[in-house]
Design a protein around this ligand. Structure first.
Ligand code: SF4
Length: 471
């Protein structure tokens, strides 16, 4: 269902937000000789990293500069992640240690935003046990952040609130300070309706809502005009995008934007990955021939327990169709090892599927229990040491497949986008269409350009090469 017009807010046009931004700016100019410094740190996924760029944009507009140093910071913003319980513990540990900084610098402001703080229980815990925190705002609190920061900064008012007062909205035109040139993220949809049994995202990010295609197209056009060359469309479940047109059509319309750039997208759910989408990928020359399609397990029984709503047969059919349409396609995936109730037999089915598909890379996770999810309640008899052994076995199998794939690239000439300085002296780093890293000797003037590189050798993490003759 396309989002209703009245659920779309325009950050730039809202008087309240303009007014608080101006008041904060004036306050900071009076109080500080030079712009005060904010430290913004995002935990977790690309969506959070993209949100972190918006936080920076909003703070820059209010008059903040930026630092990575805790000692220098006048404002610390942690953009938190709820996906893993360990990540939550890490954030709370880090915030605990900030007590010391606050004692040394009482005017220091500390704000926690993002998925983790969307949970009522966490907000209450912070309110009670972490008095050094001034602001807690959930994942969609963009609209009210200036007002709440104004309250903390100018009125000394603590503001700890979990869920946003305006849930399930989309806020457009938030100023954004991007940090990844020549790559940029563009969020096309928010939330998730899938309720995979191990995942907390639908509880903290709300229901799916898609941006209007015209807003997305305008943003991509602007980015391309500013020299961005690698645009990643983001969504928790990106191929269920429905902004009045569906995702394959959105890809086609973005592909028609003039300019030399690449389009990537993530994360895809196999149940929403249609032949129509694969056809659009194949037809659109700017759409990268790389598909991240998380399978999670090779056992149908475990997929059912995970509430993934596809079978391995359906998944392999999609993979076969995708490879037929795009022989150069690189496939990557996420796999969870040790889901509650997984047996050795189930795990072996995962190994078999991994061998069949031939992924270029895998993002593997040992199952980690997540409070508030359905999987939390399932019996989990396999000891952690056994799960760790399976995990290492999977890494070994994938390591060999990945190595062979990298070796097969040696001798080819590949078109790459140069991203910036590489690992060694005089080296530049770049990415192929298939998302492989290529390092080669070159100068900084090449950053942001597409060039051709002859691949001379392969390491497990990158290909090494030299600029092709015509460059
Ligand atoms: S698709 Fe599943 S794993 Fe992905 S965010 Fe939604 S519930 Fe979580």
């Amino acid at each position: 269902m396309p989002i209703k017009q009245d659920c779309i807010l325009d950050y730039a046009q809202t008087a309240g937000r303009r007014q608080y931004t101006r008041l904060i700016r004036e306050h900071l100019a009076q109080k500080y000789d030079a712009p005060p410094l904010a430290l913004v740190h995002s935990f977790g996924c690309q969506q959070n990293a993209a949100d972190g760029e918006k936080l920076r944009g909003m703070l820059a507009e209010m008059g903040y500069g930026f630092t990575d140093s805790l000692e220098e910071a006048d404002l610390i913003v942690y953009n938190t992640c709820a996906v893993r319980e360990n990540a939550e513990k890490r954030v709370l540990g880090t915030v605990g240690a900030l007590k010391h900084y606050k004692r040394q610098k009482p005017e220091l402001l500390i704000a926690l935003v993002g998925c983790m703080t969307q949970q009522q229980s966490i907000a209450e815990r912070i309110k009670k046990s972490y008095p050094q925190v001034d602001i807690v705002a959930g994942a969609d609190a963009w609209a009210n952040l200036p007002e709440r920061l104004y309250g903390a900064l100018c009125l000394g008012r603590r503001s700890i609130k979990a869920a946003d007062e305006e849930p399930d909205t989309i806020v457009e035109n938030i100023p954004t300070r991007r940090t990844g040139w020549p790559k940029a993220w563009v969020t096309v949809m928010y939330g998730c309706n899938n309720f995979c049994s191990y995942c907390i995202v639908p509880y903290v990010r709300g229901r799916e809502r898609s941006r209007r295609p015209e807003d997305i197209l305008r943003e991509v056009e602007e980015l391309v005009g500013e020299g961005y060359r690698d645009i990643t469309l983001l969504g928790q479940n990106v191929n269920s995008y429905d902004g009045g047109i569906r995702f394959p059509e959105l890809l086609r319309q973005i592909n028609d934007i003039p300019g030399d750039f690449r389009i990537r997208f993530m994360t895809s759910h196999p149940k929403d990955c249609t032949r129509e989408l694969l056809d659009a990928m194949a037809d659109c020359e700017k759409v990268s021939k790389h598909l991240h399609l998380p399978v999670q397990s090779g056992s149908d029984r475990i997929l059912m327990e995970m509430n993934r709503r596809y079978t391995t047969e359906k998944y392999l059919e999609l993979v076969a169709y995708a490879k037929e349409k795009m022989p150069e396609l690189a496939l990557t995936s996420d796999i969870i090892v040790g889901f509650p109730g997984e047996t050795r037999e189930d795990f072996e089915k995962t190994l078999e599927l991994v061998r069949k598909v031939g992924y270029t890379a895998l993002y593997t996770f040992l199952y980690s229990r997540r409070g508030g999810t359905k999987a939390e309640t399932l019996p989990d008899p396999v000891p952690p040491e056994e799960k760790s052994r399976w995990f290492r076995e999977l890494l070994e199998v994938q390591g060999k497949i990945g190595e062979d794939y990298m070796e097969r690239q040696v001798g080819k000439t590949l078109r790459v986008l140069v991203e910036g300085p590489g690992k060694g002296e005089g080296m530049m780093t770049s990415r192929t269409d298939q998302f492989l890293i290529v390092e080669f000797p070159g100068g900084p003037e090449l950053a942001g350009q597409f060039v051709e590189v002859e691949i001379t050798s392969a390491k497990n993490w990158a290909l090494m090469g030299r600029l092709a003759e015509n460059f």
